[in-house]
Design a protein around this ligand. Structure first.
Ligand SMILES: [Zn+2]
Length: 255
């Protein structure tokens, strides 16, 4: 596996980044992530800062453009990068926002509505969610009501997870919520259709890949960035050198 990665990295360094829309998927920045036995879904604040510095360098070098998460894949030969956080950790507001604002990078935060409503630690509270939503370039999306795998839900529970999470967040924020990240990346055609019926126009999976047109806006792939990815690995993932990872998604672990 290491040999494949090294060879791919070398090839990537020679040809530059793959063109398309790459949506970076983060979770927590320092807070512990429930069920994360390997401790890979929380990135230290200093590491996140190093990742964003590497991204800013790619932008300055003309190799990438950072866009809002709602952006569609570019038709041109450019790399567009969007930044997303799943689960709605309070550290997204405290840690990520100051760093992102310094670079002028927008982001999306996909919050679990019941965790927000209950004010559960270490997640965003309703006032924190509102504060986050008021920041320029921040989009709040849904991530289910209770973070269950939607593919495992019966039809009624599925609809409730999709509709109640959307409405709870909309009531808190006073604005429409039309983007969704599927908990655990669990999605199939039934879940996709239910998401569309519930009024979502953008759906993000945990499938590791770059989005290139034509692609389904309710089944967009993402690039998981882990707390163990140093700046070099981050640059490789940005470049597309880890896109072979899509072949082993089942083992990649998504939350
Ligand atoms: Zn999640």
């Amino acid at each position: 596996m290491r040999a494949i990665a090294e060879t791919a990295a070398l090839a990537g360094a020679l040809r530059g980044p793959r063109a398309g829309l790459r949506v970076l998927m983060y979770h927590a920045l320092g807070s512990p992530v429930l069920g994360d036995a390997r401790g890979i879904f929380s990135a230290a604040p200093a590491l996140f800062e190093a990742h964003m510095a590497a991204l800013a360098q790619a932008v300055r070098g003309g190799n990438a453009r950072v866009t809002e998460v709602s952006a569609q894949p570019p038709g041109d030969q450019q790399l567009q990068v969007a930044i997303a956080f799943d689960d709605g950790y309070a550290d997204n507001l405290r840690v990520a926002i100051p760093i992102l604002e310094r670079h002028g990078f927008p982001c999306a935060v996909f919050a679990v509505s019941e965790l927000v409503r209950k004010g559960a630690t270490p997640f965003l509270s309703p006032p924190e969610l509102r504060e986050l939503a008021a920041r320029p370039g921040v989009v709040i999306g849904a991530h289910g009501a209770t973070h269950v795998a939607l593919t495992q839900c019966d039809d009624r529970t599925l609809e409730n997870e999709l509709v109640s999470s959307k409405h709870t967040l909309e009531d808190m924020l006073g604005k429409l919520v039309t983007a969704l990240a599927y908990p655990y990346g669990a999605v199939d055609q039934r879940v996709r259709a239910a998401a569309e019926r519930a009024g979502y126009t953008l759906g993000y999976t945990s499938h590791f890949d770059l989005n290139r047109p034509p692609c389904d806006p309710l089944l967009l792939a993402r690039t998981s960035i882990l707390g163990t990815d140093n700046a070099r690995v981050f640059r490789q993932k940005l470049n597309g050198d880890w896109d072979w990872y899509r072949w082993r998604n089942a083992a990649a672990g998504n939350s």
